[in-house]
Design a protein around this ligand. Structure first.
Ligand SMILES: [Zn+2]
Length: 237
């Protein structure tokens, strides 16, 4: 099956925290979105093994996206050749226009590894002649695929960015982001301080942009527009 977008992250809850409002918005407009978690996020701090998977499925249902959770080791995810090839294979199989990935080195080592894996895989996915590359033969069974855009939502474990390429107004879908994150009682306690900080960040950028809530993104290459009129009005023009 092909998808408009792939969101490739380290753990179930990363996509929701980083861009849950955007996912609900795009899915509501008919886009097919696949969230790929590289690890199962187990063991989770607060609840038994298996709980987080059920919560991740429920969060995906709330946002209107599909989810694929791989079984690389949580806490010990590493950027290696096999994982680059595996993720490149997923990109070639699903042929997305856009890939969203963790973009910056972050305090969590799994996020650092995920950032590196996805950047490499996006590049490798567009190359041919894999039958001639030892270790890369599995890619030879799929056609090369060049992703049009590689975007990076802000990872909430980093301090807020002072600059970004663009932001999405998620005011109308924020309640669904809140609901999706609230499913993860295996990692967030009730009235968790982290969730309050996440929301404060989205509200801060909303205030900057003249809306209630906004999610911010960086881009692997400069953003190119066909028509400036698609840009929403600014606070002071
Ligand atoms: Zn994470």
């Amino acid at each position: 099956m092909s998808f408009d977008s792939l969101v490739i992250t380290a753990h179930p809850d990363d996509a929701e925290a980083q861009m849950g409002g955007t996912l609900a918005k795009l899915a509501g407009r008919g886009q097919a979105i696949l969230v790929v978690d590289l690890t199962e996020g187990e063991p989770a701090e607060l609840e038994p093994r298996g709980t987080r998977a059920r919560q991740a499925a429920e969060a995906a249902r709330i946002l209107g996206v599909q989810r694929l959770t791989l079984s690389h080791p949580d806490r010990l995810l590493v950027d290696d050749v096999a994982t680059r090839i595996e993720v490149a294979g997923l990109i070639r199989e699903h042929r997305p226009h856009t890939v969203y990935a963790i973009g910056e080195a972050c305090v969590h080592p799994d996020h650092i590894a995920a950032a590196s894996i996805v950047r490499a895989a996006t590049f490798l996915a567009r190359l041919s002649k894999w039958e001639e590359v030892p270790g890369g033969e599995t890619l030879a069974s799929t056609e090369p695929w060049a992703v049009s855009r590689l975007f990076f939502p802000h990872c909430k474990m980093e301090t807020p960015w002072s600059s970004f390429a663009f932001a999405i107004d998620v005011s109308d879908t924020y309640e669904r982001k809140r609901a999706a994150l609230a499913t993860y009682t295996s990692i967030f306690a009730k009235a968790d301080r982290l969730l309050a900080l996440y929301e404060a960040e989205d509200q801060y950028f909303g205030r900057m942009l003249g809306v209630s809530y906004a999610e911010i993104f960086r881009s692997a290459s400069p953003v190119l527009l066909d028509d400036p009129a698609v840009i929403l009005p600014g606070v002071h023009a």
